[in-house]
Design a protein around this ligand. Sequence first.
Ligand SMILES: Nc1ncnc2c1ncn2[C@@H]1O[C@H](COP(=O)(O)OP(=O)(O)OP(=O)(O)O)[C@@H](O)[C@H]1O
Ligand SMILES: [Mg+2]
Length: 255
Amino acid sequence: MSSGSGAGAAVIVDRVGKSFGQISALRELSLRVDPGEAVAIAGRSGSGKSTLLSLIGGLEQPDRGDVLIDGQPIWRKPHPAHARRELVGFIFQRHLLLGTLSARANVEVPLIGAGIHRAERRTRALGLLEEVGLAARADHLPHELSGGERQRVAIARALANRPRLLLADEPTGALDSHTSERVLDLLFRLRDSLGMTMIVVSYDQAVGARADRTVTLIDGRIQSADAPSSAPGEPRPSPPVSPSSPTTSRSAHAG
Ligand SMILES: Nc1ncnc2c1ncn2[C@@H]1O[C@H](COP(=O)(O)OP(=O)(O)OP(=O)(O)O)[C@@H](O)[C@H]1O
Ligand SMILES: [Mg+2]
């Protein structure tokens, strides 16, 4: 596979706009994430977090602006779907396991698309399930698993193609605090060992605490570093390191 280096992908979101009818989900939003960096995306419901993740992952096309992965504009390449498969792992806000497939078969799904042979798929899927603590559940169907277990299967699936960029939308949203902690341990441990870039949407303060930095969305824009926080009483994470995000001017672009 082409992603053998294991290094994380560099992500640049350049003045992206996205509307759904009358609703502006994202407005001139710019963000830069360095290889191997872990960024938490916070913000109220409806602020555009999932939309941003979908655009970065190439699942939706921006109306304006560009998304560049490793310097390549993803929508101007001839085969965005193909590039995405090799590069990006996606943990969705609702873990979409296929109900008729076992945990192991679910983890294998992205590998089928990547043309990996059956024995190798099986080995890799079992290894990943072991990694998320579910080796003993490999043959269970999703409805035979708890919510936290299903989420861990979804994580294993997202990691199956050894992505250089992991996009996770509320990976701990449906989990109790103990299980959340385990899932976060796993994600950040994998980030450390694989060096992948990670962008994690979450309300969970624990995610912000572990991420290298937190970016907060307000109405489709990034809250500037010195604006008042909407979460009083919380210790502020360190301010953004790179000047990637001012909401008002084109200078946001230089960064
Ligand atoms: N497919 C769609 N069609 C129409 N409107 C949409 C669509 N997807 C998102 N929106 C709207 O765009 C805005 C941003 O949605 P988005 O899902 O990105 O929010 P979010 O920050 O992820 O919210 P949550 O925390 O509730 O998941 C919302 O107003 C939403 O209603
Ligand atoms: Mg969302």
